[in-house]
Design a protein around this ligand. Structure first.
Ligand code: NAD
Ligand code: UDP
Length: 334
């Protein structure tokens, strides 16, 4: 299939492009590099040895998006492009609502205009709010604590209504848990331009001694060791989940959790990283981060049964691959 990947130069998008190309699909990337670098595209090509077409466009620009659909025969769209920093979304709600929602509306509109019948949307476990883990797709959503989370809820809702008027359309809502790690080549990975918000890039920067220590946000949660529990998933497993979703999602509106189903605490993650890579990670326990919940892990049964997809990599592999990428960073042509 010919797949338009918005945000394909980003962390999850770039790994998904590798998985798609390896499966024999063709990829067209639309990205404005607001949170990525154009050289990621060369690195995807280095890994896969396959050509990629790319457009340096803002996916909130209707004219430019329309051009892409006019110039290419597109079979499906994976819509990753969006802003994703929770804290920044509180500071800049208008940017977040505009970027994330307008882009989704335009993708849905273009798919309708050009008879494209497959949409895969990047959602997040954040839409479950403070429900009890494990989260199942049929749970009633609870309010999220920030505009970023709300954009995901709203986009899911928009796509649900779009499916209702198009009996040929297939929409997969993929609710990601916590992607970490990198492609085993060490050529692509998570490379935030600013101070990392997420834990793994923070840990790898501490390991590289770019930062003095990790700040652990709270050790008084009702969890096994008091630190927050998350469902970490290798980004290549997540990428494969997108390929499975494109291949196997039937017509209609379908929601899938993409996680491992395993909860890991912050302290367990740090310990696994240290043991795997033989590097000490100094840390300090500080107060809870506003908006964080104690437990967040997936029930992954639905994706297993309906998509035939299961995450394969363990935490050791995630920690090893994340560190390989970080070590490589200065050597990579970014
Ligand atoms: P990322 O920032 O690495 O990738 C997003 C890409 O989209 C970047 O390359 C950025 O330049 C591009 N982009 C943003 N706005 C754009 C616009 N208007 N026009 C064109 N390109 C634009 O983020 P990621 O971690 O790869 O996340 C991808 C998607 O998955 C996002 O929608 C995010 O909300 C969602 N998600 C991510 C996580 C996570 O932990 N990383 C968890 C749940 C959901
Ligand atoms: N966390 C932490 N220090 C950091 C970043 C995150 O202790 O510098 C904790 C956070 O409180 C949560 C877990 O690590 O329990 C995962 O956080 P992340 O931001 O990576 O993902 P999210 O909370 O969005 O699921």
């Amino acid at each position: 299939m010919n797949i338009l990947v918005t945000g394909g130069a980003g962390y999850i998008g770039s790994h998904t492009c590798v998985a798609l190309l390896n499966e024999g699909h063709s990829v067209i990337i639309a990205d404005n590099f607001v949170n990525s670098n154009q050289s990621v595209i060369n690195n995807i090509t280095k890994i896969t040895k396959k050509p990629i077409k790319f457009y340096n466009v803002d996916v909130t620009n209707e004219t430019l998006i329309n051009n892409i659909f006019r110039e290419n025969k597109i079979d499906g769209v994976i819509h990753f492009a969006g802003l994703k920093a929770v804290g920044e979304s509180i500071e800049k709600p208008i940017s977040y609502y505009f970027n994330n929602i307008v882009s989704t509306i335009l993708i849905a509109k273009m798919c309708q205009m050009y008879n494209v019948n497959r949409i895969v949307f990047s959602s997040s476990a954040t839409v479950y709010g403070n429900n009890s883990s494990p989260f199942t797709e049929s749970m009633k959503l609870l309010p999220t604590t920030n505009p970023y989370g709300e954009t995901k809820v709203i986009c899911e809702r928009i796509l649900l209504d779009v499916v209702k008027i198009n009996p040929r359309l297939s929409v997969s809502i993929l609710r990601y848990f916590n992607p970490i790690g990198a492609h085993e080549s060490g050529l692509i990975g998570e490379s935030p331009n600013t101070i990392p918000n997420n834990i793994m890039p923070f840990i790898t920067q501490v390991a590289k001694r770019l930062r003095e220590k990790l700040y652990i946000f709270g050790n008084d949660y009702p969890t096994k060791d008091g630190t927050g529990i998350r469902d970490y998933i290798h980004v290549m497993d997540l990428a494969e989940g997108h390929v499975a979703s494109l291949n196997n999602t039937p017509v209609g509106y379908h929601i899938y959790n993409l996680g491992t189903g395993i909860g890991t605490s912050v302290l367990e993650l740090v310990k696994t990283f240290e043991e795997t890579n033989k590097i000490k990670i100094p840390y300090e326990i500080v107060g809870r981060r506003p908006g964080d919940i104690a437990l967040c892990y997936a029930d992954v049964t639905k994706a297993q049964v309906e998509l035939g997809w299961t995450a394969k990599c363990d935490l050791t592999t995630m920690c090893r691959d994340a560190w390989r990428f970080e070590k490589n960073q200065s050597l990579i042509n970014y």
